[in-house]
Ligand binder design. Structure first.
Ligand SMILES: Nc1ncnc2c1ncn2[C@@H]1O[C@H](COP(=O)(O)OP(=O)(O)OP(=O)(O)O)[C@@H](O)[C@H]1O
Ligand SMILES: [Mg+2]
Length: 440
């Protein structure tokens, strides 16, 4: 079942808010209302919002600031501006800041409906990409709405039409390959091949010929000419997984391939031009390998024009419920049953657990539950190691309020970050000011 889109309404006039609220209800949207920008930002920080409709002239902070804030922090949320003072200059300005529609008061219900449908029409597609839809989508099933993941989405958008090399680093299971695919399938190369080479799984002496191909007789057993991954991926994207395992010889050839955009087959003499976007991934610290001299510095900089640092799952806890829902829906559907019901206390434990194997571990865990359980997941279904991982929590079954859960969670994150408030605020996906207020 599809969730009703939610809309955040911001206007200093109570009457206008009420009117907008009724219109939104009539359109089947879930409205939140606030009469100022500061509260609006609070609402945005707290939960998913699919659309923002804001006034411009408000006593304290102007709506233009909100438009800018949303564009910077929630680039996927469209903003519709309604103003009582039509002014081309202002209209141009807010559109530049990121507003997608500009309406002038008084707005009729029809005008508003048309605008909302237009805006959400283009947005629902994008939201479906990153939320729980199981069907393959343009974003290729990347789930996440944490700051860290939003930054990743932003980079994917920014690299659609250029050939910038991208280095994706992150712990095992954080989704490096998922991201690499998403970059490719969102780019203007999407109709050409995406090929993945695991530099760690190919024996040293074969890596070069796998990457660049070989001519007949280049080595014993090379009975015919054979193209390598570079030639095969021409026009598309080559994903160099576990790049830290590339041998010095392969590194030297890779450097040439990136620099000159040409490759020479093993045993061959004539370089061939290739047009390949390179995305590399590593879960070892390449920077450190450069320092210790095991990875070429020049190659490192060539491969790392754009850097995507995928945060471990424990540093984006707000993505955990989304991922759980996603995998729960997916595996239940595969098994022809309804999604499992997961209690709030169980969710609480799952969010506090550190997930050393990151998304892959979470995925496997939900898969196991989908196989083992029929309707609900209770505390008893969780391994004790998982329950111990979290902060002190009330006795099993005890009622606790949302505020308590939030408090515990904040304390927990603070402990993990060694009381570093900036870091904690980042993990929690709120700004420092909000965190300070919550701590009070
Ligand atoms: N954001 C995400 N949304 C949905 N699924 C994800 C996400 N991140 C990872 N996954 C899933 O988690 C699993 C691990 O992802 P992936 O193989 O991309 O990780 P990795 O970083 O390449 O790991 P490794 O370093 O071990 O190779 C995959 O099944 C992938 O589909
Ligand atoms: Mg991988």
């Amino acid at each position: 079942m599809k969730k009703q889109p939610s809309v955040l309404l911001v206007d200093d006039s109570r009457d206008m808010l009420e009117l907008l609220r009724r219109y939104m209800n009539g359109m089947g949207l879930t409205p939140f209302t606030t009469n100022n920008v500061v509260d609006a930002i609070d609402v945005l920080e707290q939960g998913p919002v699919d659309l923002v409709i804001t006034d411009l002239n408000m006593p304290e902070v102007s709506g233009t600031q909100l438009v800018r804030y949303v564009a910077q922090h929630f680039p996927r949320i469209p903003v519709l501006v309604i103003t009582g003072f039509p002014d081309v200059q202002v209209a141009v300005e807010v559109m530049k800041q990121g507003a997608v529609e500009f309406l002038v008061k008084p707005v009729t219900e029809t005008e508003l409906r048309t605008a909302v449908e237009k805006v959400l029409g283009m947005n629902t597609e994008e939201v479906a990409d990153i939320t729980s839809d199981i069907t393959p989508t343009a974003m290729h099933g990347i789930i996440g709405r944490s700051r860290g993941m939003q930054e990743v989405f932003r980079i994917i958008e920014r690299t659609r039409t250029n050939n910038a090399t991208i280095l994706v680093s992150g712990e095992s299971g954080t989704g490096k390959e998922v991201i690499a695919r998403a970059i490719h399938y969102n780019s203007d190369r999407s109709t050409a091949p995406f090929l993945a080479v695991n530099c760690g799984a190919i024996p040293d002496q074969l890596l070069e010929s796998e990457l660049f191909g070989h001519t007949k007789g280049a080595f014993t057993g090379a009975a015919t000419n054979r193209v390598g991954f570079f030639q095969a991926a021409d026009g598309g994207t080559l994903f160099l997984d576990e790049i830290g395992n590339a041998t010095p010889a392969a590194q030297a050839k890779l450097l040439r391939a990136v620099q000159e955009k040409e490759v020479t087959m093993l045993g061959g003499t004539k370089p061939q031009r290739v047009n390949v976007r390179l995305i590399s991934a590593s879960n070892s610290d390449l920077n450190e390998m450069v320092r210790t001299g095991t990875f070429r510095e020049d190659l490192y900089y060539r491969l790392n024009l754009i850097n995507i640092q995928l945060p471990p799952l424990r540093e984006r806890v707000e993505d955990i419920p989304l991922l759980i829902n996603h995998f729960n829906a997916k595996f239940s559907k595969d098994m022809g049953k309804k999604p499992l019901r997961i209690s709030a206390s169980v969710l609480d434990v799952l969010q506090a657990y550190a997930w050393p194997g990151n998304v892959r571990e979470l995925e496997n865990f939900i898969h196991r539950l989908a196989i083992m359980k029929d309707t609900t997941v209770a505390m008893d279904d969780l391994p004790s190691t998982m329950k111990m991982a979290g902060p002190e929590r009330p006795e099993h079954g005890a009622m606790h309020t949302l505020a308590e859960v939030e408090k515990q969670h904040i304390q927990h994150v603070l402990e993990r970050t060694g009381q570093n408030k900036t870091k904690a605020a980042e993990i929690l996906g709120i700004d420092r000011k909000t965190l300070r207020e919550k701590l009070k």
